[in-house]
Design a protein. Structure first.
Length: 132
């Protein structure tokens, strides 16, 4: 259904896996027009931008989400995008609170370790928030 954001996201994911980035970009743009405040939509838009190496555009999509609307998953993706964009400090600042709040969220812990390493702060990776 072209008027249902979730359906457009599903189709966008499919065509993105087929390396049809332009088509995926069009589909997520349509989904965003239908539901601009949706975390799922913003994650999909960010994913398309990131697949093109446009990390700052991907970051902007997630930064525009109001903080109360952000989920652990969107925060993880945002922190990871900061690191991929060469902004390890911002990645650490985003991921450290997430890893502390949800110590069982192993992906967040791993991403935080990667952010520390990217920021040449390996000593802090060893003494990360969950280790004490």
């Amino acid at each position: 259904d072209p008027k249902h954001a979730e359906a457009l996201l599903g189709l966008a994911a499919l065509v993105q896996r087929q390396k049809k980035t332009a088509e995926a970009k069009e589909l997520v743009a349509r989904a965003k027009a239908l539901n601009p405040g949706s975390v799922k939509v913003r994650l999909a838009v960010a994913s398309v931008y990131a697949s093109e190496g446009k990390f700052e555009d991907a970051i902007k999509e997630l930064e525009e989400l109001p903080r109360p609307a952000r989920t652990p998953r969107s925060t993880l993706v945002l922190g990871t995008l900061y690191v991929r964009a060469g902004r390890a400090g911002a990645g650490i600042d985003t991921l450290a609170p997430l890893a502390r709040r949800f110590p069982e969220f192993m992906e967040a812990r791993y991403a935080l370790g990667q952010a520390y390493m990217a920021g040449n702060r390996s000593g802090e990776a060893v003494a990360a928030p969950w280790s004490g």
